[in-house]
Write a protein that binds this ligand. Structure first.
Ligand SMILES: Nc1ncnc2c1ncn2[C@@H]1O[C@H](COP(=O)(O)OP(=O)(O)OP(=O)(O)O)[C@@H](O)[C@H]1O
Ligand SMILES: Nc1nc2c(c(=O)[nH]1)N=C(CO)CN2
Length: 163
């Protein structure tokens, strides 16, 4: 089996529609999907707010590279153009974890290196898996508890935006 946690983000154009492109494209392998969260941008802060969500997918036939390729195909479907690092995008699909795979290959770092510091990933992930663990870094709830309150306050659930 290969179970992956994918982080979705959009801050350009019809943000909800782009997240739906991703979820619809994963429908056959979808185990669960979080609520949508409106989040203040980190990294490059002078850009529009993001919508973020996390989904858990499972497919015994896919390895971690197949999940990366699936995410990239969805980004292409959302007409993503490659722009500045951490800049605005119609759709970003990050592979957060795949089972307990660890990878130092720059094309596919696992677990995704930003995970432990990103409330925008940890909060939606914990919503759908309260026992979530980041391989090598411990429980997601403990990682979230260690983040500044301001980071958590910048992640607001949007129950009015269903996926
Ligand atoms: N776990 C991963 N998930 C998705 N892409 C990854 C992962 N590890 C490495 N990459 C590589 O990262 C590149 C995409 O980077 P991208 O421009 O989306 O970064 P970013 O989203 O701006 O920043 P960040 O990766 O910190 O969220 C791709 O070339 C991809 O091969
Ligand atoms: N709130 C938020 N900020 C970001 C995000 C994101 O998904 N959410 N993604 C980025 C590029 O990976 C840069 N900044």
């Amino acid at each position: 089996m290969s179970r992956a946690v994918l982080s979705l983000g959009s801050n350009l154009g019809d943000r909800l529609a782009y997240l739906r492109v991703a979820v619809d494209g994963l429908r056959d392998v979808l185990v669960s999907v979080s609520s949508v969260y409106e989040t203040a941008p980190w990294g490059v802060t002078d850009q529009p707010d993001f919508l973020n969500a996390v989904c858990i997918v499972d497919d015994p036939a896919r390895d971690h590279w197949a999940w990366l390729r699936a995410g990239q195909a969805l980004e292409r479907e959302a007409e993503r153009v490659r722009e500045q690092r951490w800049g605005p995008r119609t759709l970003d699909v990050d592979v957060v974890t795949v089972d307990d795979v660890r990878s130092a290959d720059p094309e596919l770092l696992l677990p995704h290196p930003g995970t432990a510091e990103r409330a925008t990933v940890l909060i939606p992930w914990l919503e759908i898996d309260p026992d979530a663990e980041v391989p090598g870094a411990g429980r997601a709830d403990a990682l979230l508890a260690a983040l500044p309150a301001a980071d958590k306050n910048d992640v607001r659930r949007r129950p009015d935006l269903p996926l």
